[in-house]
Design a protein around this ligand. Structure first.
Ligand SMILES: [Zn+2]
Ligand SMILES: [Zn+2]
Length: 360
């Protein structure tokens, strides 16, 4: 379910209905904001059978019957075969390139190429597979969509190779690079892409979107408040209210650690690093909780307590830095230690209150 981003949807619609749509998008923004859904939306408008002149390139068994084209602002129709297949993530021409084994194609004659389902990077062998794929016609789409995510995990050689494809894109393939850390991408890659900054969505828009999707009003309000502007996160909370309870526990732990000794903080950094090794995404909730916690400290400190406000701001920067460090090649434990040591040590009295923002 795509919530918010009206201006971006208008932009994508205009781009996709242009006679020469851009062949590479860079969707830059935090996880959970809807970047993948926006890429899919772009693919839908490009491939919708009711797009003017939008009959599939490969006229064959799936060729559309003659249908009345829709005005551009009503695209995608959401009902034709391409629209439905893309919506349900079942379109054979929507390809997701991610760290792991997807599209891995070892060099010819390289029989010792190891499998790498757990690799952290998008490797050159995968880009080789991608280039081979892009050289073929799509199965049935007019435009194949290749989503590269997270794009900042393109290994160096892989990035240089994909750049060549972006410079001379095959006519039937569009790329959507999805990244939470676009500054880590090669400047030459960024300059080949149409950049779209996907920002957080206002809380009331998320809430309204959830309610429109049939979610109970009270749950929608709570999930929207807890989501920190990320509709994807709000949907996770709605699907699994236990996650929201877990968030409450995380906030309590933030309060405990914010008054703890340096030794305790080091221990906690180790704990975070251990969990990070097991499941990287599990740490997101912790970092979100820290942001919520320090924003709340900031809100309480302002305006009369200048020093406390400055400390809370510095703590928020430390969380942002930690996220960036985890996306680059900093050792996770060092990233967590740095963050926790940059946090000010609070006194008990300012940390024991409930967090009103989430319950307002
Ligand atoms: Zn359609
Ligand atoms: Zn490989």
């Amino acid at each position: 379910m795509l919530i918010g981003h009206e201006a971006i949807l208008r932009e994508l619609r205009a781009l996709a209905t242009d006679p020469e749509p851009p062949h590479a998008l860079l969707l830059a923004g935090p996880d959970g904001t809807g970047r993948r859904l926006l890429a899919r939306f772009y693919a839908q408008v490009l491939n919708c059978e009711r797009r003017d002149g939008g009959a599939p390139a490969a006229a064959g068994m799936f060729a559309a019957e003659a249908v009345e084209p829709l005005p551009a602002e009503q695209l995608p129709c959401g009902e034709c075969r391409p629209c439905r297949l893309i919506e349900t993530d079942a379109h054979p021409d929507v390809v997701h390139l991610a760290p792991g084994d997807t599209l891995c194609k070892p060099r010819v004659g390289d029989s010792s190429h190891p499998a790498h389902p757990q690799s952290r990077d998008i490797r050159i062998c995968q880009v080789r597979g991608l280039i081979e794929l892009a050289s073929r016609y799509p199965f049935e789409a007019r435009y194949r969509l290749v989503m590269v995510e997270p794009a900042e995990r393109l290994a160096r050689e892989a990035a240089h190779t994909i750049l060549k494809t972006l410079e001379e894109p095959p006519g039937h393939t569009v790329f959507a690079l999805v990244s939470a850390a676009p500054e880590a991408l090669l400047e030459t890659i960024i300059s080949r892409c149409r950049r779209i900054d996907v920002r957080s969505v206002p809380r009331d828009e998320i809430e309204a979107g959830l309610v429109a999707g049939g979610i109970d009003a009270a749950l929608a309000a709570e999930a929207a408040a807890a989501s920190r502007g990320r509709p994807g996160r709000a949907l996770q909370y709605v699907e699994d209210p236990d996650l929201m309870a877990a968030r409450g526990r995380l906030l309590e732990r933030c309060a405990t650690i914010s008054i703890a000794s340096v030794a305790d903080r080091f221990r906690h950094a180790e704990d975070l690093a251990t969990r990070y090794r097991k499941e990287r995404s599990g740490i997101e909730g912790d970092l979100d909780a820290w942001e919520t916690f320090w924003q709340e400290q900031l809100r309480r400190a302002a305006p009369e307590r200048g020093e406390a406000a400055a400390e809370a701001l510095a703590a928020l920067k430390a969380v942002t830095q930690c996220r960036e460090d985890l996306l680059t090649n900093v050792i996770p434990r060092a990233a967590f230690e740095l963050m926790l040591l940059r946090f000010p040590r609070l006194r008990l009295d300012v940390t024991t209150q409930e967090e009103p923002a989430a319950h307002a």
